[in-house]
Design a binder for this molecule. Structure first.
Ligand SMILES: C[S@@+](CC[C@H](N)C(=O)[O-])C[C@H]1O[C@@H](n2cnc3c(N)ncnc32)[C@H](O)[C@@H]1O
Length: 220
């Protein structure tokens, strides 16, 4: 995929667990982290205080999503921002076919540069998930991933058109969204989603372990 990464000034050290998560793609993951720590900060995509915790809080936390994604899935990462969780997911799981969807021009530019630097076959699409042109270009897919994009009911409304019936939405959520989940179930079901459940992922990744909410689009 890419040559081994040269150590970069300012890039945080690689945690041991990253080797087992990324395997042969570790050099590519290191390049991505170096780019986030450099360009990502100067261009305002990542806060400078995030740099020391880029691996655990962002990259490994995103790669943990891989556990909830079936083999060979067509995946769209919606509201990808600087590439999270899509980029670490697809580096950890080269079997998936990844599209990154993001409306903001400077973030799209960053994502296109990441794809070019890593020499990977991912698509970057500029637009909002719910736009007809985006749905026409991208969908329908097997899995939509999202981190920190919107509350679940709104996210479902935006992503429905991208999900084929039976496809899954996998959303990384914080503690508050998890607490609110039981109260949201009727609304999510009215929006056509089935089998909505939280799933712990990334056991063994230390502080990068997290929870995703997984739900399946029904047939209507
Ligand atoms: C808080 S950022 C999170 C970025 C990234 N997922 C992460 O975890 O670092 C939310 C992102 O969602 C994008 N976004 C907002 N509304 C969107 C929509 N309707 N469709 C796709 N992306 C959207 C924003 O441009 C922004 O990049």
């Amino acid at each position: 995929m890419t040559e081994p990464a040269a150590p970069q000034a300012g890039a945080p050290p690689v945690p041991d667990v990253a080797r087992s998560v990324f395997g042969d793609a570790l050099p590519a993951a290191e390049r991505y982290v170096a780019r986030l720590a450099g360009d990502g900060v100067t261009r305002g995509l990542i806060g400078p205080r995030e740099v020391p915790r880029l691996w655990e809080r962002h990259v490994l936390n995103s790669a943990a999503v891989a556990e909830a994604v079936p083999e060979g899935a067509r995946v769209v990462d919606v509201g990808s921002g600087a590439g999270l969780p899509g980029v670490p997911l697809a580096l950890a799981r080269p079997d998936v076919e990844l599209t990154l969807v993001e409306p903001m021009a400077r973030r799209v530019e960053f994502l296109e540069e990441v794809v070019a630097e890593l020499g990977v076959p991912w698509r970057v699409v500029r637009g909002r998930a719910e736009e007809r042109a985006v749905v026409r270009t991208v969908g329908p897919v097997d899995v939509v991933t999202a981190r920190a994009v919107a509350a679940l009911p709104r996210l479902v409304g935006w992503c429905r058109g991208l999900l084929r019936p039976g496809a899954q939405l996998v959303a990384l959520v914080g503690a508050r969204a998890l607490e609110e989940l039981p109260a949201l179930l009727p609304e999510l079901e009215r929006a056509g989603m089935r089998n909505v459940h939280p799933r712990a992922v990334g056991a063994g990744l230390g502080e990068a372990a997290t929870t995703v909410v997984v739900m399946t689009r029904g047939s209507r």
